[in-house]
Design a protein around this ligand. Sequence first.
Ligand SMILES: O=P(O)(O)OC[C@H]1O[C@](O)(COP(=O)(O)O)[C@@H](O)[C@@H]1O
Length: 400
Amino acid sequence: MQLLSSAIRIPSQPPSLSQLKPQSFPPKHHLPSGISLYKPTGMTSLSRFIAGSVTELAAGAGTNEVSTLMEYVGKGGINVGDDLLVLLYHIQYACKRIAALVASPFNSALGKHSTGGAGAGGSARDAPKPLDLVSNEIILSSLRNSGKVSVMASEEDDVPVWINDDGPFVVVLDPLDGSRNIDASIPTGTIFGIYNRLVELDNLPTEEKALLNSLQSGSRLVVAGYVLYSSATILCTSFGSGTHAFTLDHSTGDFILTHPSIRIPPRGQIYSVNDARYFDWPEGLRQYIDTVRQGNGKYPKKYSARYICSLVADFHRTLLYGGIAMNPRDHLRLVYEANPLSFLAEQAGGRGSDGKSRILSMQPVKLHQRLPLFLGSPDDIDELESYGDVQQKVNPGYEV
Ligand SMILES: O=P(O)(O)OC[C@H]1O[C@](O)(COP(=O)(O)O)[C@@H](O)[C@@H]1O
C-alpha cells in the first residue's frame, strides 16, 4: 500500500477551477505545419484488434482499412478541404479534452462552485455550471488556435465572440449539454454547427456581423455534429453527405469510423420525453402519447419510453434505434441545438420539427431563441404532427 502511494502521486486536494482552466491548446509550436501530419502513421494494437469488426461496420467504405476521422475528411477520404480539415482537427481535439474532464475525479468539485449567474437569457435553474464554462473556454481556445474561425456563438455566452476577420467559418455550439447530470455520471454532450462566413457582411461593425453570421438558417449548415460523452466517446457528424459516427479509441486518441452512413429506422417503437409534464401538455400531445403507448397508433405496437434528460444521449439513441425524441416546451435552442441535430437527423433520413414546421427552414431571429423540438424517425414525426396541437405553451419553469 505504501509502495503504491509513493509510486503514484495522488494530489492532496482537487485542483482549483483556475488550475483546470484550459491553457492555449494545442500549443502553437505543436501545430502541424502540413495537413499530412494530422494523419496517424499507424494503428496500435487495440485499433488493429478492433479493425476486423470495424471493417464490417464500415462496409460503405469498401476497404479493409480502419478509417480515422482525420483520414476520413482528409485527401484520401471525402476531402472536405484544408480549411475545414484544420478546423475539425481542433474541434475534435477540444472534445477529447472535454471528455477527459467529464470523466475526471475532480469534476464534482468543479460542479460545486457557484457561478451566481443565470447565463444567457435563462432562469436560475438554467445557470451554467462551471464545467459548461470550462468546456466553453476549451473550445474557444481551440477555435482561436485553428485560425479558421471568424466568430463563435455559444449557448454559454450572451453575445457571439468575434475571433478573426479572415476566418472562413462561423461556429455555433452548446459546449456541454446536460451538464446537470455530471455528478451522477450520466452522459453529456457537445453540439456544434459550422457555417461559412458571410463575406457580404465583412464591412459591418463587428458586433453586427458577429450576430448576423451566427443567425444563419440551419439550411445553410456546412457541417453539424455532436460528441457524446458516455461509456464510449462518440463523435457523430455530417458534411451534407450522410451522417457518420466515430468512436474514440483511447489507446491512440483517434476517432475511428464505426457507424458509416447511419440510416434512422423510418419508424421506431420508442418515445423520449419528460412525461412528468403531462398535465402541462396540450390535448394533441397527450392524445398522441396515450395512443402510441397503448399500441393504437399507425404502428400497432406498444411504444416504450426512454428519457435520459440529456439531449445528445437521447438523440443518439433515437438516431440508432428510431422513434421520437422530444421536448415540447420552449426550452431547447434553435441555433445551438435544434439546427445541428435536425441537420444530422435529416442526413440520416429522419426529421427535425417544432411540431408544425421543419426546423432547418426557420430563420433564427434571436441568438438564444428557444422552441419546442421533435427529432426522429420520419413516420413517427409525421404521425405526431397529424395531432396538430403538440407544442406545450405552458412553461412555468421546473425545479428539476
Ligand atoms: O427539463 P426538461 O424539459 O426535461 O429538459 C431537459 C433538456 O434540457 C437539457 O438539459 C438542456 O437544458 P440546459 O440548456 O438548461 O442545460 C437537455 O440536455 C435535456 O434534453
